[in-house]
Design a protein around this ligand. Structure first.
Ligand SMILES: *Cc1c(COP(=O)(O)O)cnc(C)c1O
Length: 355
């Protein structure tokens, strides 16, 4: 149990009036959660305070060697008006997997979930209500020692900020074009690909710019050793429906273990579908597409939930998936996951936590 001290703002901000213009990650709520870590003392001083700038030494370690981690989840305002969280314990567990890899002190999962719930509760009125909108929750930890040596920091800050977000799809599920990157790589086994940390994103920007310049919205990474096997998309895991089977890259250490990925696998299995977690080469995809067996391709992640892929580009090949529109399974998964999140579909797996 955390002892969270709450200081409410004396100057609440005006909430966004037009929820259709929220976009993503631009508006922040009135409060934030903060907790410090000091070697020898552990995590201490859990508090909710007015959202404001923070002051750090320019020598703070996070600025130099990137010792930091983050998470991402959402609070959904159900059709019944109740706020809900989707599997926040999974974000807490993943936090510790990331922390172990980056020499950041671990945090009890219960404390993580309690902190998320507490700050969302304080800013509950900021959860938007329009269809498809949500309150994006961004927990993160930064190394704060004033020291330029390369070593794990002895002090850290854990913070949670909140941002009301617009509907990812304003007019129904829209298929995207994906660029299979054949030069840059994102991660290798033994590296930090499975960790949710800024460094992976810094390493991804050059390829993202290249994909955008080529007219594609996202990058699909290949493995860092042979540049042959499919890994994942920018901030999403990737699934294929090939000849009736659902196939997704196995968690090999270089891809992020998505909570949406895990939920989609569970749902597909519960519907009696064959799900294979294994290596998939880009050649296998090209073959499957040529023989008409590549039925659907979709990404999974907290932001989009399910993102149907309409085209895949690899070198000189541009593959159209199915007829380029949304696949049946993609739509069914989207409806199931968002239904559970909004409380309109029964929560048979116990995925929902009340705030
Ligand atoms: C967060 C993230 C995902 C998706 O994970 P979810 O838990 O489903 O949101 C996938 N890939 C990367 C690189 C990520 O950072």
């Amino acid at each position: 149990m955390l002892d969270i001290k709450i200081t409410k703002t004396a100057n609440p901000k005006a909430k966004p009036q037009d929820e259709s213009k929220l976009g993503f990650g631009k508006v922040f709520t009135d409060h934030m959660f903060v907790m410090n870590y000091t070697e020898g003392q552990g995590w201490h001083d859990a508090r909710i305070v007015p959202y404001e700038n923070i002051s750090l030494s320019p020598a703070a370690m996070v600025f130099h060697y990137g010792q930091e981690m983050f998470e991402g989840l959402k609070a959904y305002r159900g059709k019944d008006g109740e706020p809900r969280l989707f599997r926040p314990d999974m974000n807490g567990k993943r936090t510790n997997d990331t922390n172990k890899r980056l020499c950041i002190p671990e945090l009890p999962v219960e404390d993580f979930v309690e902190a998320v719930k507490a700050v969302v509760k304080v800013d509950e009125d900021w959860i938007p209500t329009a269809e498809g909108t949500s309150l994006y929750i961004r927990p993160f930890i930064i190394a704060t020692d004033e020291f330029l040596g390369v070593a794990p920091s002895k002090t850290y800050m854990f913070m949670i900020i909140l941002s009301p977000s617009g509907a990812y799809y304003s007019s129904g599920l829209a298929p995207v074009g994906i660029w299979i990157e054949d030069d840059y790589v994102r991660a290798v086994r033994g590296g930090i690909g499975f960790a949710k940390t800024g460094g992976n994103y810094a390493a991804s920007l050059a390829a993202q710019v290249k994909a955008h310049d080529g007219g594609y919205s996202q990058v699909l990474w290949l493995d860092g050793v042979e540049r042959k096997y499919i890994e994942e998309v920018g901030a999403m895991n990737i699934f294929f429906k090939i000849d009736g089977k659902v196939v997704t890259p196995a968690l090999s250490g270089s891809i992020l273990p998505g909570i949406t990925r895990n939920s989609v696998i569970t749902l597909c299995k519960s519907w009696g579908l064959d799900v294979e977690e294994r290596k998939i080469s880009v050649d296998e995809l090209l073959e499957a597409q040529k023989s008409g067996k590549l039925e659907e391709v979709f990404g999974t992640g907290t932001a989009a939930v399910i993102s149907p892929v309409g085209t895949l580009r690899y070198k000189d090949d541009v593959m159209t998936i199915g007829d380029g529109s949304i696949g049946e399974l993609s739509q069914k998964l989207y409806d199931a996951v968002t239904g559970i999140q909004n409380g309109t579909v029964a929560d048979e797996f116990g995925w929902i936590t009340q705030v």
